[in-house]
Design a protein around this ligand. Structure first.
Ligand code: ADP
Ligand code: MG
Length: 189
């Protein structure tokens, strides 16, 4: 099962005491993977370093272990592949590759704004997966700012409507784990 995780981290390696805004009960429920059976989504929101990518990978690892097909991508690499595919007249086939996995993890939504064409491609993908297969999305932007990501408030509303219809959202508020480790090493104040 080709998940293409950038690195592998498990839930056991996550220090929940460092991030008290995360409800452990919710994570425990998610790790049971009934959300995958029900084709529901998970959205992890929060500033850099709070563990969004770590948790998305950990859930992806659980899903791989349970035998589900999982694919991990940054939003940027997904859009690059879709855009190239469209120029080469094979966008349908590329979309199909992103529709196929039972769990598609899209990391780092919101760091870069999308063009209109990219937002349109994203919407097509979302429509295909809606109520069929799960998405796990991480973002540093809260939902009110998603209009900026898509450069289009109407499209952003339509996207959020489908994404949030069956969705668990974790709003992580806290300090960066990366900075904590640097502080311990005396690298920053
Ligand atoms: P984000 O995606 O929110 O920017 P990451 O998931 O990349 O943050 O986390 C940054 C680094 O810190 C990673 O190496 C991750 O494994 C680690 N990390 C973050 N939060 C925790 C935590 N609560 N416990 C253990 N490791 C953590
Ligand atoms: Mg990240």
């Amino acid at each position: 099962k080709m998940a293409r995780f950038p690195w592998v981290k498990t839930l056991e390696q996550f220090d929940f005491s460092f991030q008290p805004s995360i409800d452990r009960k919710v994570i425990r429920e998610l790790s049971g993977l009934s959300f995958v059976d029900r084709a529901e989504n998970v959205i992890l929101l929060g500033p850099p370093g709070v563990g969004k990518t770590h948790l998305s990978i950990s859930l992806g690892v659980k899903a791989v272990e349970a035998g589900y097909r999982v694919l991990f991508l940054t939003l940027e690499s997904m859009l690059t592949r879709l855009t190239r595919a469209r120029m080469e007249n094979r966008v349908e086939r590329q979309l199909q590759q992103f529709v196929y996995p039972r769990v598609l993890i899209i990391d780092e939504m919101g760091y870069l704004p999308m063009s209109r064409d990219e937002a349109g491609l994203f919407f097509r993908l979302l429509t295909r997966r809606y109520e069929k297969a799960s998405l796990i999305i991480t973002s540093n932007k809260s939902f009110v700012d998603w209009g900026e990501i898509f450069n289009d408030q109407v499209l952003a509303t339509a996207i959020l409507d489908r994404l949030l219809h069956h969705c668990t959202t974790l709003n992580i508020k806290g300090d960066s784990f990366r900075l904590k480790e640097k502080r311990k090493a005396g690298l920053v104040g």
